[in-house]
Write a protein that binds this ligand. Structure first.
Ligand code: FES
Length: 100
């Protein structure tokens, strides 16, 4: 059984995936070397960040589909069912849909 990392520094970025912005009707590729927050900012989507390490919760965003790879230490397991810290999260599935 695979153990999932719990912090942004715990594991390498891994593979890329596509980000789907539900309300903006955008599909954005996230390369292994990029964070979701970086991709959102490059696309002109406003997202606030502060610690960029999954600690402060500033970047937390609601997700609606996909299988997030949570790497933060600010969200409870209950909160992770609906929200993701976009500064450090990756994705186990080919796509991750955000409520943006
Ligand atoms: Fe602090 Fe993402 S910017 S948790």
């Amino acid at each position: 059984m695979q153990t999932l990392p719990t912090t942004a520094q715990a594991a390498p970025a891994g593979h890329g995936f596509d980000l789907i912005l539900e309300r903006s009707h955008l599909r954005l590729p996230v390369a292994p070397c990029e964070s979701i927050a970086d991709v959102l900012l490059l696309a002109g989507v406003a997202v606030e960040t502060l610690c960029e390490q999954g600690v402060c919760g500033t970047c937390v965003t609601r997700w609606t589909a996909g299988e997030p790879d949570h790497r933060d230490s600010c969200l409870s397991p209950e909160e992770q069912r609906t929200h993701v810290a976009v500064c450090c999260a990756r994705c186990h599935s080919p796509t991750l849909t955000l409520d943006l």
